[in-house]
Ligand binder design. Structure first.
Ligand code: PLP
Length: 389
């Protein structure tokens, strides 16, 4: 039983659910030799250029406070990178560096959401996004993608727009999506942007998997469509494409008119990201394009292995994801995803995330990250297939 604090904490915390992914990994820590596929991260180590840049930066004495919106050199590198990859150029006064994609999301929400407001989220979704909305004292309104008979996912735009009301401050779209791998199409993005412009609400676009796509160079992005002053904020991160989850570095691309407010929000949150971490970010952007390509191939190989092994198990309903590095699947006769994830830890020694983490609509599903060393991945999936046959 958790001890009650002697002084009050905000009521929102009584409704804040455990994240589920942390719970299953803590459960798994009791067992030896579990192959971990539960987290949203690859087993590849961060490439050499950012590691080297961090050491050089530290050795040169970069241990001081930094500008609140981020180091100019990193903001310039990001603006150049974003301009190269999007249909419209991104000016440097749209870029604010944050201590992770998660922090970018918090800062974006803090700027636009008050207690009593709501944010409409396309789900299933990474649990941290609705939790961040709830922490603001706002309502996280969920509009679920529909699973099609062919295993693809479809967004119901009418349902999305109908969920918005006078207290809606933002529509949150994570595409490519964690956990489903769904990508919001250019036409859907245009319709959402038109709606947001008309209603005067924000689009918060979580595009941390922008580069992890298999049939094209980059996923469709709201930044391809938005004019600088459109109500669009795009969350991005060094965690995924550059295998830098532990570094905690991300950025927010937003209209120039909110640049100063975002700087204040960073100032009053963690003040700035460390200079040596930002130096690593510059090296990642400038020197790691070959790694991003290799990384995508590594994920593509993992995706193929999942199809070969889990695709042959009758009880498992799985489709090839279009993007990101997750397999998201349903197992016949297994309605309780946490119970199943625990059984897989005990019996198959594999760690997967329970679907309930991604919302009630995903109960009965499991998610695994396939950006893993191929032999280890094969072993893990084979053990899982044997346990579920
Ligand atoms: C959809 C999505 N957005 C944002 C993040 C946050 O990434 P980070 O806080 O590591 O930058 C994650 C991490 O799993 C994610 O899956």
């Amino acid at each position: 039983m958790q001890k009650q604090p002697t002084a009050a904490i905000r009521p929102v915390f009584s409704n804040l659910q455990p994240q589920g992914i942390s719970d299953i990994s803590e459960y798994g820590a009791q067992f030896d030799d579990v192959i971990p596929m539960w987290f949203g991260e690859s087993d590849l180590m961060t490439p050499e250029p950012p590691r080297r840049a961090l050491i050089e930066s530290l050795e040169s004495g970069a241990t001081f406070y930094q500008a609140q919106n981020g180091h100019t050199a990193l903001r310039e590198a990001i603006a150049e990178y974003d301009s190269r990859l999007h249909a419209k150029p991104i000016a440097v006064d749209r870029v604010t560096v944050t201590a992770s994609g998660m922090t970018a999301l918090h800062v974006a929400l803090q700027m636009v959401v008050d207690a009593g407001d709501n944010v409409v989220l396309v789900t299933p979704i990474w649990p941290n996004a609705p939790a961040a909305v709830q922490i603001m004292g706002a309502e996280a309104r969920r509009v679920s993608l529909r699973s099609q008979p062919d295993g693809r996912w479809r967004l119901d735009l009418d349902a999305l727009f109908e969920a918005c009301d006078a207290r809606t401050r933002a529509i949150f779209v994570n595409s490519p999506n964690n956990p489903t791998g769904w990508m919001c199409s250019r036409e859907e993005q245009q319709a959402i942007l038109d709606f947001a412009r008309q209603k005067g609400i924000w689009v918060i676009a979580d595009e941390v998997y922008h580069r992890i796509v298999y049939d094209r160079e980059t996923a469709p992005s709201f930044l391809d469509l938005a004019e600088p002053e459109d109500p669009v904020m795009a969350v991005n991160s060094f965690s995924k494409s550059w295998a830098m989850t532990g570094w905690r570095l991300g950025w927010l691309t937003a209209p120039p008119s909110v640049y100063e407010t975002l700087g204040l929000l960073v100032q009053y949150t963690n003040s700035n990201s460390p200079e040596f971490i930002q130096a690593a970010g510059i090296a990642a952007i400038k020197e790691c394009e070959p790694f991003v390509e290799e990384f995508r191939n590594y994920c593509a190989a993992g995706r193929g292995i999942v199809g070969d092994i889990l695709g042959r198990v009758n009880r498992i309903h799985i489709a090839e994801p279009e993007a990101a590095f997750y397999a998201f699947f349903k197992v016949d006769g297994e309605p309780d995803s946490m119970a199943l994830a625990k059984r897989l830890v005990r019996e198959a020694k594999v760690g997967v995330a329970p679907g309930m983490s991604f919302g009630e609509e995903s109960e009965g599903w499991l998610r695994l990250c396939f950006s893993q060393e191929p032999n280890l991945l094969r072993t893990g999936l084979q053990r899982m297939a044997d346990a579920l046959r």
